[in-house]
Design a protein around this ligand. Structure first.
Ligand code: GDP
Ligand code: MG
Length: 178
């Protein structure tokens, strides 16, 4: 990309959080590259990916989205991962009830590590797997309301709401900092 395309008014660090296997890496790859990987191993090793968003008022935001390299499996996410984050995508898998039950724990970890006011989008991923659903959409909505989070169900596989989840989060961060 040329230097001109790299120009931006704001840089927002966003972190991906949630249990292993919920689809964090694939949400990132879908949003930044329009790719999907069946084999999750192929996505290991990415530190962050960026995407430039043009807002309605002409401002340009560069979103720097951080992905874990599987450390969440060992509860070994470091403080550096969270440092300076403006927002988070807090992800569970609608086909794994336990991944929703762990959300309060992830939320606590986020709030412990991030000082500044942060915008959090709760995401119920894999909504394409209707026949395997263990979490109703109302359960996700209710938790989001109780905790003051944005909420969407997504599918990294068929692209449902992936763009919306990231851009709603970015718009809300921008709205709050004005
Ligand atoms: P992570 O551990 O949270 O980063 O999860 P991954 O992105 O590695 O995904 C774990 C597994 O779930 C992989 O086999 C993906 O192909 C699969 N997966 C991720 N997102 C979706 C989705 O939206 N729908 C379906 N059906 N599978 C998904
Ligand atoms: Mg991953």
């Amino acid at each position: 990309t040329s230097e001109k395309e790299e120009e931006h008014d704001y840089l927002f660090k966003i972190v991906l959080v949630g249990d292993s296997g919920v689809g964090k890496s694939n949400l990132l790859w879908r949003f930044t590259r329009n790719e999907f990987h069946l084999d999750s191993k192929s996505t290991i090793g990415v530190e962050f990916a960026t995407k430039t968003i043009h807002l309605e008022d002409g401002k340009v935001v560069k979103a720097q989205i951080w992905d874990t390299a599987g450390q969440e499996r060992y509860k070994a996410i470091t403080a550096a991962y969270y440092r300076g984050a403006f927002g988070a995508l807090l992800v569970y898998d609608i086909t794994q009830r336990a991944s929703l039950e762990n959300i309060p724990r992830w939320l606590r970890e986020l709030r412990e590590h991030v000082d500044n006011q942060m915008v959090v989008m709760l995401v119920g991923n894999k909504c394409d797997l209707r026949h395997l659903r263990q979490v109703e959409i109302e359960q996700g909505k209710k938790l989001a309301e109780e905790e003051g989070l944005l909420f969407l169900e997504t599918s990294a596989l068929d692209s449902t709401n992936v763009e919306e989840a990231f851009t709603q989060l970015i718009r809300e961060i921008y709205r709050l900092m004005k």
